[in-house]
Design a protein around this ligand. Structure first.
Ligand code: 5RP
Length: 226
């Protein structure tokens, strides 16, 4: 289902485009499919949202550029951890949320590719990743706790760990995963969290995604924001 959605996203790709390349298993399917088109002669350039995506794109022969060289991208194709009926997303399960958000918000439009398990009525089933500075992480976490209390949310916060050590993002930061449950006001939560010194970015993507391609056992369903 992930692969089917990824292949369907190729229909938005046109020659000459600069394309944001997402991170994760679904985005990997897209990078592979795009690489096959490049081998057939398609002229595009990619901007990777992580070291892993960069390496995969290089392996599949996709010419790469940077956001500094091409600050206005035509399209970004990326996966998600959750999406709701308002095209709001939770991303960052793979730890690339900061670069993903910078790249997607620099694109004329963002196409999200996902299998149907990612569709939710209300965001919050998936723990919300928050990217934070390594300096003063405990002080930042304490302020985040206050923000959750203010919104009457009972959040459990855990510093992401990999291989017995705190996970460090490509941007050099930590991630705090917040198990919240249903988030009644994602916009308010996002605004409160991003106002905290030390919070770099949240995994809430609001007003960025325009099209969702959802793979189902019966085929790919397309959702388009008005
Ligand atoms: C990485 C992400 C991914 O898009 C998200 O975790 C979905 O991953 P997958 O496609 O492997 O299910 O946000 O930071």
């Amino acid at each position: 289902m992930k692969k089917a959605a990824a292949i369907e996203a190729l229909k938005f790709v046109k020659p000459g485009m600069n394309i944001g390349l997402g991170t994760g298993s679904t985005a990997n399917h897209f990078i592979e499919a795009l690489g096959a088109k490049v081998k057939e002669g398609l002229d595009v350039r990619g901007v990777a949202t992580s070291q892993a995506s960069k390496e995969l794109a290089e392996k599949h022969g996709i010419p790469l550029t940077t956001l500094d060289a091409s600050p206005h991208l035509d399209l970004t194709v990326d996966g998600t951890d959750e999406f709701d009926g308002e095209f709001r997303l939770i991303k960052g399960g793979g730890g690339a949320l900061l670069f993903e958000k910078i790249v997607a918000s620099s694109s004329r439009f963002m196409v999200v590719i996902a299998d149907e398990s990612k569709k939710v009525r209300k965001l919050g089933k998936f723990p919300l990743p928050i990217e934070v500075m390594r300096f003063g992480t405990k002080a930042t976490a304490w302020k985040m706790e206050r923000a959750f209390v203010l919104l009457k949310l009972d959040a459990k916060m855990v510093l992401r760990v990999k291989g017995g050590k705190p996970f460090v993002t490509d941007g050099g930061h930590y991630i705090i995963d917040c198990t919240i449950g249903e988030i009644p006001e994602p916009e308010r939560l996002d605004a409160l969290l991003t106002s905290i010194p030390g919070v770099i970015e949240t995994g809430l993507f609001i007003g960025i995604c325009g099209i969702i391609l959802m793979g189902t056992p019966k085929g790919v369903t397309e959702f388009k924001r008005g």
